[in-house]
Design a protein around this ligand. Structure first.
Ligand code: CP
Ligand code: NVA
Length: 304
């Protein structure tokens, strides 16, 4: 006994606002080149992917190397995990080899099982219901462009998916107002909204994108078909009115920024005019995955 539990990064709701703010401060330092030396020297991080990835995969691998550590990228289908070895046994084995584990999975239950049995930190690299690394980068990006996010209004128009649900958690943890416009069948779970409101968050739900974006400093959307979804024409019909186009952006604050976690589908959830236009900060947002995850890693490994 006596050993401290590992510092898992599973859900924003599990972590204190001050802890998350500390990670973001580290991220800003990392971006400025103010993280000295090679703090991850001698450390190895396993990056496990059950689903495709460009940003998460490359930003974690590059970030770990830049901090002096080693990354091992693993495709779940090439692991025994992909043919029935339990997340619990995988966690116990990998904990003997590596210093931290990142998992991208289509089932949050697998992430939770992995974390429950790992003796090293486990990082959520996206599940069917959450994407906290993305939100760390998103908050960092908003603040770079528009200053402190607390008290600001952020609008979401589209599917109430894993990223939308993590925006709800982030609103509670970072103190911004979140207005979500989603079709009623694709609303985030009421229990999550109730949790955020009980934390003091201002979460407003509507089915009207114009109402959501009115005066907002940031407009956000995401794909209509997430990796855990079956693509159906019904989703497209439901979501077409939520497309972010220039007319919708014009209803937001004049200096509103546009964010999208990427990958994007021009002409579906967002028009090319908006995502490739002057209000879009999507490539800063993608870059900030690299810096934000350095903050998460330094905290998780107890190095800062
Ligand atoms: N935004 C994001 O997580 O992108 P990838 O799926 O490419 O990792
Ligand atoms: N909502 C998307 C995000 C991809 C980074 C998905 O889960 O596929």
């Amino acid at each position: 006994g006596g050993r401290e539990p590992p510092r898992h990064f599973l859900e924003l709701m599990d972590l204190e606002p001050a802890t998350l703010r500390r990670m973001l401060d580290l991220a800003v330092q990392a971006k400025r080149g103010a993280v000295a030396g090679k703090p991850l020297a001698g450390k190895t991080v396993a990056l496990i992917f059950e689903k495709p990835s460009t940003r998460t995969r490359v930003s974690f691998e590059v970030g770990i190397r830049q901090l002096g550590g080693d990354a091992i990228v693993l495709s779940a289908k090439e692991m025994q995990l992909g043919r029935g070895e339990t997340p619990a046994d995988t966690a116990k084995v990998l904990s003997r080899y590596v210093d931290a584990i990142m998992l991208r999975t289509d089932s949050v239950a697998k992430l939770r099982e992995l974390a429950a049995h790992a003796t090293v930190p486990v990082i959520n690299g996206l599940t069917d219901v959450s994407h906290p690394c993305q939100l760390m980068a998103d908050v960092m990006t908003f603040e770079e462009h528009r200053g402190p996010i607390a008290g600001q209004v952020v609008a979401w128009s589209g599917d109430g998916n894993n990223v939308a649900r993590t925006f709800i958690q982030a609103a509670a943890r970072f103190g911004f107002t979140l207005r979500l416009a989603t079709p009623a069948p694709l609303r985030p779970p009421q229990a999550l909204v109730d949790w955020a409101r009980a934390q003091g968050a201002r979460i407003e739900l509507t089915d009207d994108p114009a109402e959501a974006v009115r005066g907002a400093r940031c407009v956000v959307t995401d794909t209509w078909v997430s990796m855990s979804d079956e693509p159906t024409s019904n989703r497209h019909n439901l979501l077409a009115p939520y497309r972010v186009d220039a007319a919708l952006m014009a209803k937001a604050a004049p200096d509103a920024i546009f964010m999208h976690c990427l990958p994007a589908h021009r002409g579906e959830e967002v028009t090319a005019e908006v995502i490739d236009g002057p209000q879009s900060v999507v490539f800063d947002e993608a870059e900030n995955r690299l810096h934000a995850q350095k903050g998460v890693l330094l905290w998780a490994l107890g190095l800062a």
